[in-house]
Design a protein around this ligand. Structure first.
Ligand SMILES: Nc1nc2c(ncn2[C@@H]2O[C@H](COP(=O)(O)OP(=O)(O)OP(=O)(O)O)[C@@H](O)[C@H]2O)c(=O)[nH]1
Ligand SMILES: [Mg+2]
Length: 468
């Protein structure tokens, strides 16, 4: 007699698969250095998604929307009740305020969950799910400063100290670090632990980090919790610094300041850094890395080299392969990775190709590695919220595209920011760097979604295949 069991098992497997596929989840990691545009990106994404089902969407490159299959998107309660919710209302209120303003810098962790409803094209899904399929998207926002703690996980205290020593070969950094270095100038490998001195050294080092960031625009600010401590403000785990004075010969004495700093560094790595990534960054499916390539191009060669080094360190620590420590620790299953040059409305459209080439040269190592691991990788330029408008005029008898908008102080701006270099900027570029531009968001009349640049291209890459 005909045995039906294999057929039934197959049917069962198919329907389980289909059910899973009807109610699916994507965890999207939005990563990037501080001020790279993460919060603006998340706010704009939610805004565009919420508007996509309601009014005339401005997302032609996102197929599910362009083909009219997207029914809508809404925020739904997140799954982790102890984590603050992403401040979407506050961000949108700032963007649509009078005058419009950017969302505030992020001070801590927050989370957001979206439900997207759409008509699936897949006959089986349609059959099983009726008319509507659902996709849940989870996003986490956090200060970019904390991301820079990741590379520390691969370093010992001595290696990290050595890295800082090398950085301080730059005279402009050494000048800012002078008060901290001076405070420790009498220290050596046998100096005994002294609580008050440890606190003063940590404070002086933190002051240095703030100054390097604020005055020189430096990104390589480690440890990240020193500048944004969150709930750890004042805790002993933040009271250490790299050791730039004579180190102990052999193993450090148990009572020594060096030993205490080393222990705190290890504790910081193990509990604050690894714990944070394990709790919040495990099991991401998709990742976007936002990079502001423009700001260092206005600041000078040292700021550019700093960005290149910082991104290099960061991308090394996003190890996606099967066998490495990152995989073992966080078990990510990222299968798509998008690199995006943010704030593309700050350059004229003819420069977008050059901006993408710059982004690709900065992220080359990380992209190659991810591809090798079988991850789909893409890069693009985008503006989450388009503050600059492009306008072509005639200048000395020739057409010239300028950017028009409103400066952060409210003054009208109309300028041609200049040409971008392709690849690492050379001496000729630094003779005539691009003009600094910082625009306020444009007033939003609330009759349709806000203007953006290529957010739909990003959505198609990050979510398109999940909405077929
Ligand atoms: N013109 C323009 N400026 C942008 C855009 N996105 C971000 N910015 C600018 O970049 C700044 C930083 O953006 P955020 O989204 O706060 O950056 P972030 O990565 O969340 O920064 P942290 O929270 O400090 O890590 C904003 O205040 C804006 O000035 C954009 O699409 N266009
Ligand atoms: Mg932010």
């Amino acid at each position: 007699m005909f045995d039906r069991r294999p057929l039934q098992a197959l049917q069962h497997q198919l329907s389980t698969l289909a059910e899973r596929s009807l109610d699916r989840h994507v965890r999207l990691a939005v990563t990037g250095l501080s001020r790279s545009g993460k919060t603006a990106f998340i706010t704009a994404l939610v805004h565009q998604l919420e508007q996509a089902g309601l009014q005339q969407a401005r997302l032609p490159l996102w197929q599910v929307c362009a083909s009219g299959r997207l029914l809508g998107a809404r925020r739904v309660p997140q799954q982790h009740h102890h984590i603050p919710s992403f401040g979407y209302e506050a961000g949108l209120a700032a963007l649509s305020g009078e005058p419009p303003a950017w969302p505030a810098p992020t001070r801590g962790l927050s989370e957001l969950r979206l439900e997207l409803r759409y008509h699936s094209r897949h006959p089986l899904w349609r059959h099983l799910g009726g008319d509507t399929s659902r996709l849940f998207v989870e996003i986490v926002d956090y200060p970019g400063e904390w991301l820079l703690d990741l590379p520390l996980l691969q370093q010992s205290y001595a290696q990290w100290s050595q890295q800082v020593r090398k950085q301080l070969a730059a005279p402009e950094l050494a000048a800012l670090a002078a008060p901290w270095l001076q405070l420790g100038s009498a220290l050596n490998g046998t100096s005994r632990y002294d609580e008050a001195l440890a606190a003063r050294l940590a404070q002086a080092y933190t002051d240095y980090l703030h100054a390097a960031k604020a005055q020189l625009g430096r990104q390589l600010i480690q440890p990240g919790r020193f500048v944004l401590p969150g709930e750890y403000a004042g805790a002993p785990v933040l009271q250490f610094t790299p050791w730039l004075w004579p180190a102990p010969e052999g193993a450090p004495g148990r009572e020594s300041l060096y030993a205490m700093f080393e222990q705190r560094f290890e504790h910081y790595k193990r509990h604050l850094v690894a714990g944070f990534y394990h709790d919040h960054f495990a099991s991401f499916d998709r990742q976007v890395v936002l990079v502001d390539c423009l700001q260092p191009l206005q600041q000078g060669p040292a700021a550019w080299d700093d960005l290149a080094q910082t991104l290099g360190l960061l991308l090394q620590s996003f190890q996606y392969g099967q066998s490495n420590w990152w995989r073992r620790l966080f078990a990510p299953r990222i299968d798509r990775l998008l690199f995006a040059a943010s704030k593309a409305d700050h350059v004229t459209p003819d420069q977008h190709g050059a901006l993408q080439a710059l982004l690709e040269s900065l992220t080359q190592g990380g992209r190659a590695h991810a591809r090798f691991e079988g991850i789909q990788v893409a890069s693009q330029v985008l503006a989450s919220v388009r503050a600059g408008q492009f306008h072509t005029l005639t200048h000395q008898g020739k057409p010239l595209t300028v950017i028009e908008g409103t400066g952060l102080d409210g003054t009208p701006v109309a300028l041609f920011p200049g040409d971008l270099p392709i690849g690492r900027p050379d001496a000729a570029y630094w003779q005539a760097p691009i003009q600094p531009l910082a625009l306020r968001p444009r007033p939003w009349d609330q009759t349709g979604p806000m203007a953006h640049l290529r957010l739909d291209q990003a959505l198609e890459f990050l979510l398109g295949d999940k909405l077929r």
